[in-house]
Design a protein around this ligand. Structure first.
Ligand code: PEP
Ligand code: MN
Length: 358
């Protein structure tokens, strides 16, 4: 074979490659179109029966020289690439994503417009223990002109022998105190069945780290119109976190505040590792407000203030921290809650550190 002949054959192969490229690109566009139709119908993208049918048709028409197994392998790669394209489209289409909605979502609670560009704060005890305990913290919160009060009534505890919270009774205490001080209540719900009875007593449904992927709870919280404070799971990636929020928003409830609360790493100096970079990433990727819980992320009273400053400096919409009149005797998280004096100092210093006073 002359060099000229070889060149000709190579040119033909090059042309063929380009034709194949054109064909698989056209095929990809058709697959994307199918993906959009399926999304409208709400049906699954991956359809194994259809894939088997396509492969069978291809093999029936295979006249060689490739073995059927080789042809199957090549086409399965093409199918896979098409499916990945559909998934890319799908990711872009997440309702929590900025690609879907450009402007910031503002969650209005008791006149506090979270996500408006100014810092907001949620303070209160880890757990509701008594009327007097909650009232003392509420007084300090109100004294600062703040509007939100947290407190755990249903406590998800690592050990079943630890204090589990006062349940609905705890919510009633919170509500009574909150009404007296004109505050809104943020409290965790752990069981979908408790949402309905809790609606009269709380203003924000908190979904805790341990329940971030409790999909039935997420769906139930999405089905009611109350704002939801969704905490990042102990070992959740940001993608998983955003998908958890997607469960809520997909039910029609857009009033979601994401809360970074530290993730589990090998570091033992803090209770969890505050993933501070999660804040700007979540702000970029989603249109939802982002809070940082400095209490559970650090687990250390001595670094609550710098952690809170860092949170606001990096763009968080607000900070959450726990306050107890007498942390030494608290029924949960006694090592990291602030007492009232520490709270006063923390809040004053935090405000002073801001470029523009609020
Ligand atoms: C809480 O905020 O009361 C709490 C239990 O936090 P987390 O779910 O982040 O552990
Ligand atoms: Mn706590």
């Amino acid at each position: 074979m002359s060099n000229q002949e070889l060149d000709q054959l190579r040119n033909s192969v090059d042309e063929m490659n380009l034709k194949l490229l054109e064909l698989i690109s056209e095929r990809a566009k058709l697959v994307q179109e199918i993906g959009r139709v399926k999304e409208k119908q709400g049906s699954y993208r991956y359809d194994p029966v259809r894939e088997r049918g396509m492969l069978n048709l291809i093999k029936e028409n295979n006249e060689g020289p490739f073995e059927n197994s080789t042809v199957e392998h090549i086409f399965k790669e093409i199918f896979k690439a098409g499916l990945e394209l559909q998934e890319d489209d799908h990711r872009k289409a997440l309702l929590v994503s900025r690609k879907k909605k450009q402007e910031d979502t503002i969650v209005n609670i008791n006149g506090d417009t979270i996500g408006d560009g100014k810092p907001h704060f949620i303070f209160g005890p880890c757990a509701v223990e008594s009327y007097e305990q909650v009232a003392e913290v509420a007084k300090a919160v109100k004294g600062k002109g703040l509007k939100l009060l947290r407190g755990g009534a249903f406590k998800p505890r690592t050990s079943p022998y630890d204090f589990q919270g006062l349940g609905l009774e705890g919510l009633k205490i919170l509500k009574k105190v909150a009404d007296e001080y004109d505050l809104a209540v943020v409290s965790e719900i752990v069981n979908p069945a408790d949402i309905e009875p809790a609606l009269d007593y709380l203003d924000v449904i908190q979904i805790g780290a341990r329940n971030m992927q409790n999909f039935e709870l997420l769906k139930a919280a999405g089905a009611v119109k109350k704002p939801v404070l969704l905490k990042r799971g102990l070992s959740a990636t940001l993608e998983e976190f955003m998908n958890a929020a997607e469960y809520i928003i997909s039910q029609g409830n857009e009033n979601i505040i994401l809360c970074e609360r530290g993730i589990r790493t090998y570091e033992k100096a803090t209770r969890n590792t505050l993933d501070i970079s999660a804040v700007p990433i979540l702000k970029q990727e989603t249109h939802l407000p982002v809070f940082v819980d400095v209490t559970h992320s650090t687990g250390r009273r001595d670094i609550l203030l710098p952690a809170a400053k860092a949170a606001l400096a990096i763009g968080a919409d607000g900070v959450m921290a726990e306050v107890h009149p007498d942390p030494a005797v608290a029924l949960s998280d006694s090592a990291q809650q602030m007492d009232i004096d520490q709270f006063d100092h923390f809040y004053k210093e935090l405000l002073n550190s801001l470029p523009v006073h609020v």
